[in-house]
Design a protein around this ligand. Sequence first.
Ligand SMILES: [Zn+2]
Length: 192
Amino acid sequence: MGLFDTIMFPKPIGCKKCGKPHKSTQTKQFENLMVTYSIGDMVPGNVMSGVIKETIFCDHGDIENKENYSFDQPIFLVIWHNILTDIVENLEEAENKLSKFSLGDLYILYRNLYLEKINYQVKYERFKALTRIFFEYLELPPEKQEKIRKGQDNTLDNIRYLHIIEHLDKKKPIEEIIKNLDGQKFTEKLIF
Ligand SMILES: [Zn+2]
């Protein structure tokens, strides 16, 4: 099967031949389940700590001429206790990064992961709360729904509908809620 995983680079790596910046590469080093791995992720496989060689594919901006493609520019994945900690362009640097990986480096990975956790946690909690409010709204009698849509019913009991009021006239309110949450980045654990 032609499945693979994707590895996201911490910063773009330029093609040595044409300069085209690459943000990621495909790999068959792991489980080939179409998973995307970034720095800080735990990667599956038998390499506990070490360096894995991978390559970048480049069409050099000439998508017509397949003979011009290159597949062999090397990159090196640094893996420390199953965590993908860095991606660099030469082996010596990769080995150096692995041997010098410190508690400070681990802290930075942890902090990023923690912020990412908060972001997803808040999104999920908000999504749960907003969908609940939306389904409560659907249960209301039509005249009450209309009052809420028009902002004419802001009694304490109904004030929660203000969180979804902007989406109520849309064709697919739930999709609007998702789109709205996807467009935000939360750094604090505030549900509303
Ligand atoms: Zn190129």
